[in-house]
Each structure stands twice: as C-alpha cells, then as structure tokens.
Design a protein around this ligand. Structure first.
Ligand code: 13P
Length: 244
C-alpha cells in the first residue's frame, strides 16, 4: 500500500442497529491511529453518533441540493450533522431504488460540491462474474462518474469494490480475487488521473475478523467496507486492528 493511502475501515450498518447499540459502541470504542475509522449509521442516528473517535458517515444522499424530494436527505443536512463521508451507489440502493450509474454519478458530484467525501461502491452480480465480464462491468460503473465529474473526482473519492455475490452471504472474495479487481481498478483510474495512485480502494463483502488480515495485506486493498461485522463491537475492533 502506498504511504499516502492511510488504511480505512468503514462500518455500514445498513438498516440495522439501535440507539442502545450505538450507545454501547460509543462506550467501548477504542480508536486506532493506524486506520481511519468511519461509522455509517442510519440517518436517524446521526445526531446520536457524532463523536470524535470515528468519522461519521451517511449511507446515501439525494443528488439534488434541496427541494421537493420527500424522504430524501441533502448533503447540506448531512454536513450540519457532522458527516464527513457518504456511501454512494451501494448495490442495495441500485437494486432497491433503481439507481442508475448516472444517478450515482450525479450524487458523487453533489457530495463533492458540498466538500464531503464519497465512498463510491461498485461491484458485479454473480452472473457477470461467471461470464468473465467483471472488469468491463466495474469499468462502466466508474466511467459514468468520470463523465459527470471529470477525473478530478479521484482526488477525493474513496472507492469500494463490493461483489454483490459476497454481500451478506458469508461468501467472501478470496484475497486473490479481490486484489485482481482492485489492481484492475487502480490501473484504470491511474490512467484517468495519475493522482489516483493515492485513491483509497476498499473491499467489501463478508469481511470478518478472520479474513480481514489476508484481504488487507494485498497491495491495492486499503481497507474495508464492513456490513454485518460492523454491528458487533469485538469483530469490528478486530477488523480495524487488521488494517495497518
Ligand atoms: P457484509 O459485510 O454484511 O457482507 O456487507 C458488505 C456491505 O455491503 C458493506 O457495504
């Protein structure tokens, strides 16, 4: 891993957790200087989660700055709550809410314009992997963002590679499979923007306390985006410790 890429572990609680769990996290959480830790809690918990040991993340935002968009949350509102990072283009948003590559790209633009940091998710479904089209699929997802934002987005953005077949299934990509895609992404984004040598690439998909070490040891894996294991304090702490 390049020196300028500080390891990062981001927890994505999705639509899980409770105020009680958040409270116990806040009481027992020990910060780790080796890694930057981000906790992406559901929006109603942002106010309660705001604290100094970890950076606060949101799980989505509107592509619009303000207006008549019932149920949506704006980047300025997130900023007011102390949010620094916003997950965008998670496969569950793409699936549940039909978010296209273009909508995701517009969200990245809105997040950057607000001075926040997108954690841009990409990753293929199983059939794409079985057809051997992973690189082309991921390239399309990321290229859409370059079209809307120019390649400058890579100066700030964090990218998370999350193969859909590995999310919540207990079926992790092997460190070699993950590195293969991370290496491809690194090469492609460095061609777009040489500064992308410093862009952090996270792996997500059934990362746990036992497999984090091997995944994070790979040269283009700069940390993880953690779902289920981020709801268990001890497991999350072990994953953070693995990110050096
Ligand atoms: P799991 O770690 O539960 O597989 O979820 C990964 C994920 O989707 C994180 O955004």
């Amino acid at each position: 891993m390049a020196d300028s890429r500080k390891p990062m572990v981001a927890g994505n609680w999705k639509m899980n957790g409770s105020l009680a769990l958040l409270k116990s996290f806040s009481q027992s959480f020990v910060s780790d200087n080796n890694a930057e830790v981000v906790l992406c809690v559901p929006s109603p918990y942002l106010a309660a989660a705001s604290r100094s040991d970890f950076a606060l993340g949101a799980q989505d935002c509107s592509q619009f700055v303000a207006g008549a968009h019932t149920g949506d949350v704006s980047v300025d509102m997130l900023k007011e709550m102390g949010v620094e990072y916003v997950i965008v283009g998670h496969s569950e948003r793409r699936q549940d809410h039909g978010e296209s590559n273009l909508v995701v790209a517009e969200k990245v633009k809105t997040i950057l314009q607000a001075g926040l940091i997108p954690i841009l998710c990409c990753g293929e479904p199983l059939e794409v992997r079985e057809n051997g089209d992973v690189n082309a699929f991921v390239a399309d997802q990321l290229a859409a963002v370059k079209t809307v934002c120019t390649s400058d987005f890579l100066d700030t953005c964090v990218i998370a590679y999350e193969p859909i077949w590995a999310i919540g299934t207990g079926k992790t990509a092997s460190p070699e499979q993950a590195q293969e895609v991370h290496g491809f992404i690194r090469k492609m984004i460095c061609e777009w923007n040489p500064k992308a040598q410093n862009t952090r690439l996270l792996y997500g998909g059934s990362v746990n306390a036992s497999n984090a070490d091997d995944l994070f040891a790979k040269p283009d894996i700069d940390g993880g985006l953690i779902g289920g294991a981020s709801l268990k304090i001890d497991d999350f702490a072990a994953i953070i410790a693995a990110a050096k």
